[in-house]
Ligand binder design. Structure first.
Ligand code: ADP
Length: 187
């Protein structure tokens, strides 16, 4: 089973992904985390992406799609993939369909955590103190939110007509969101 957690920055995708990893014995596919690790390890990829990432811009598709492909075609065959932060654009969504198809897999659930701008800004300001992410400063948050509205949110047209698409109020408490996800999952 594979699923996508969809929503704006600060929607709580990472938090719910961690719950799902435990529940499903799954594997969290967070492109943001993977990219931050590249920067931390100062790899060639890390050097290429550091400026864009800290500035709240998207990392280019070639790099991100390759990370995703490596996981899907990993010979240790990870299953129960929980996508968090990918896909973020129509081209990434189409790419995901193609690579899942090639490996005889599909997306079983899409959970959209819907959160308004004010809540996101408050949450990310809190997170900034805890995690000290360079892209969590107040100017960059707004850039990331605008980028989400322009490029990622339109993907809802692509996904919301599917019968496996579920919208959840992402302003609820963490446990309440978890309970809703669990109720939708037919496992
Ligand atoms: P958030 O969703 O809170 O913004 P993420 O950890 O998902 O945090 O992403 C942080 C940053 O990593 C993004 O602003 C972007 O620069 C980069 N990134 C993550 N996923 C992608 C992606 N699928 N495509 C392009 N860039 C990405």
């Amino acid at each position: 089973m594979n699923l996508i957690l969809f929503g704006p920055p600060g929607a709580g995708k990472g938090t719910q992904a961690k719950h799902l990893v435990k529940k499903l014995n799954g594997f969290q596919v967070s492109t943001g985390e993977m990219l931050r690790q590249e920067i931390q390890k100062d790899t060639e990829i890390g050097k290429k992406i550091i400026n864009d990432m800290n500035d709240g811009k998207f990392v280019n598709d070639e790099i991100v799609n390759q990370l995703i492909e490596n996981i899907i075609f990993d010979n240790q065959k990870k299953s129960n993939l929980i996508f968090d932060g990918y896909p973020r654009s129509l081209s990434q969504a189409k790419n995901l369909d193609i690579i899942l198809n090639k490996s005889n897999q599909k997306i079983d659930y899409i959970f959209f955590l819907n959160v308004n701008k004010e809540t996101i800004i408050k949450r990310i300001e809190k997170r900034k103190v805890l995690e000290k992410r360079l892209d969590d400063d107040s100017v960059t948050i707004l850039k990331r939110y605008d980028k989400y509205m322009d490029t990622t949110q339109p993907l809802l047209n692509f996904y919301s007509k599917n019968s496996n698409f579920y919208e959840i109020d992402g302003t609820l408490k963490i446990d309440e969101i978890t309970a809703k996800i669990d109720a939708f999952l037919k496992v």
